[in-house]
Design a protein around this ligand. Structure first.
Ligand SMILES: [Zn+2]
Length: 533
């Protein structure tokens, strides 16, 4: 039988200095030994592969070592250290809480706990997956835990501390292990690769470490799997193949295709995912991660401290981030987070995924709502520049109410002069005034206009009486809009003169923008529809 040892076991830390990413905990434990301030029980919590059991073993070794170093590290050469490392120690007993979870198992501990350690030092019980113990077992342990015989220590490890009884928790010193930082995992993998004479690309190790999500053991196990699968240099493609993930190039290509409007790319990518049997849920997750990275780059640049990009990835992400606006990134992220939770339940995930990709690609053609509001504001200014709208008097109600268009205060300043100069109700055809829109800084809340805000309230602005017969019928477009969503529709922008060319143009612009509003509110706008000219 081969004596091959998996990487996770072969490179398991044997001293405090080898434990990755848990510096504060290591310092606390070393000091506890140094100053002889030991608790009866310690609880190590953390997600899988972060080093809970490893830390407990190193701690046990350091406690019982016959010749610890000045830094409080176990020597790893004395008989105690060697016995603990090989799992043969009489004084350090490791119990798997998942398979020894009953009251009888705990009774055995209670019966042996009174015997002194053979080495004369500490008797240590390491219980892994302690949350698996039954309630009765926990209760049986309680008394021993509260007042254990001298020189008896319990070290517990668990991934789910919330399942441990509070009465147990309160008797333990608790340590929460961090997820191991990406950089540290990559460095450890590099050391292993060098040690094993394995050629590997940095990007490949980066992808591998990323997939392990802060768990060193996962990273090492995956590395084992890749070494077994592949001979020769380990590249990012190798890793992507073994992990069943799409390479990052696919995501960069998606960004580019979206910018160029090549929607067929969505079908191509989904075809690859399904024909190669890749995990589509994981693909959506990596897509979300991709857009998070793009947004972060837009917000803080490629060297932001919480971005963990490899040097070769940075320029590629930077280039991709330039294809989107900040707003677009936020919109896509929002959408992807929602899609992530829904795609699992789709009866045809393939079509759902195609739709997701096309929706992302079409973001380039979608109008941001801020743009729409700006266009509406422009139009409002144009209307403000015309003669004031006639309004019904109390005695003679108008068949159609006059519009009262809500304008931002900053806009009113711009247009007040135009208003004043156009007070006479019978005026020559006014000029359409479209001034550049002021910055949107004045919009502090959700800028999306409601239909009510877009239109059209009954409250009259001016009290000029209006002869009812002077109202020409609304344009066909306006009638369509009225039927569709906005009621009532404003009367045309003139009182007596028939619609002249500039006014017709203005009406047309108004209708067009209202149509944009209607379309955008349904979430299906095409950029080419915006500019009628
Ligand atoms: Zn030793």
């Amino acid at each position: 039988m081969s004596n091959y040892q998996v990487l996770a076991r072969k490179y398991r830390p044997q001293a405090f200095r080898d434990v990755l990413g848990q510096e504060a905990i290591v310092t606390t434990l070393k000091n506890a030994i140094k100053f002889q301030r030991l608790a009866h029980a310690y609880l190590f919590c953390g997600s899988r592969g972060t080093g809970k059991t490893t830390l407990a073993r190193v701690f046990a070794k350091a406690l019982n070592c016959q010749a610890p170093t000045d830094e409080g590290e176990p020597c790893n050469t004395c008989s105690s250290c060697r016995e603990i490392a090989s799992g043969n120690s009489m004084d350090v007993l490791e119990i798997d809480g998942a398979s020894h979870r009953g009251i009888d198992d705990i009774r055995q501990i209670n019966e042996t706990v009174g015997y002194a350690a053979s080495s004369g030092k500490y008797k240590i019980y390491i219980i892994d997956e302690v949350h698996m113990l039954t309630k009765e077992a926990f209760n049986a342990l309680l008394k021993t835990l509260e007042e254990p015989p001298p020189k008896v220590l319990f070290l517990f490890a668990t991934t789910e501390p919330h399942k441990v009884l509070p009465t147990i928790l309160s008797r333990c010193q608790r340590f929460n292990l961090n997820r191991i930082p990406l950089e540290k995992i990559i460095n450890k993998l590099k050391r292993i690769a060098t040690d094993q004479n394995i050629d590997s690309d940095d990007d490949a190790l980066h992808l591998l470490a990323q997939r392990a999500d802060g768990g060193l053991r996962d990273a090492e196990s995956l590395f084992d799997q890749i070494i077994a699968f592949h001979e020769g240099r380990i590249t990012v493609t190798t890793v992507a193949d073994v992990l069943g993930v799409m390479p990052k190039e696919t995501l960069f290509a998606l960004d580019q295709a979206g910018k160029e409007g090549k929607l067929a790319m969505a079908f191509e990518i989904v075809h690859q995912i399904f024909s190669q049997g890749k995990d589509f849920i994981h693909f959506v997750e990596s897509l979300t991660d991709h857009f998070r990275t793009l947004l972060l780059i837009k917000l803080s640049g490629p060297n932001a401290p919480f971005l963990t990009l490899s040097e070769s990835d940075k320029p590629r992400y930077e280039a991709s981030s330039k294809l989107y606006t900040q707003e677009q990134c936020v919109t896509i992220l929002d959408f992807l987070i929602e899609a992530q939770s829904q795609i699992r339940f789709q009866s045809s995930p393939r079509i759902a995924l195609e739709a997701i990709l096309m929706r992302i690609m079409r973001t380039h053609q979608r109008l941001p709502i801020e743009f729409l509001v700006r266009r509406l504001n422009e139009l409002e200014q144009a209307i403000q520049g015309t003669p004031p709208q006639p309004a019904p008097t109390p005695h003679q109600p108008s068949p159609q109410p006059a519009p009262n268009i809500h304008v931002q205060p900053t806009l009113e300043k711009n247009t007040s002069q135009a208003q004043q100069s156009s007070i006479p109700s019978v005026a020559p055809a006014p000029k359409v005034i479209v001034t550049p829109t002021p910055a949107l800084g004045s919009i502090t809340e959700d800028p999306t206009p409601t239909p009510r805000e877009l239109g059209i309230r009954n409250k009259p602005k001016e009290s000029t009486p209006l002869p009812p017969q002077s109202q020409p019928p609304p344009s066909p477009t306006a009638q369509v809009l009225q039927n569709d969503m906005f009621a009532p529709i404003p009367p045309p922008l003139t009182t007596e003169t028939p619609p002249s060319a500039p006014r017709a143009n203005k009406q047309h612009r108004y209708d067009t923008i209202l149509q944009f509003a209607a379309i955008e509110l349904e979430g299906t706008i095409q950029k080419k529809q915006i500019n009628p000219r």
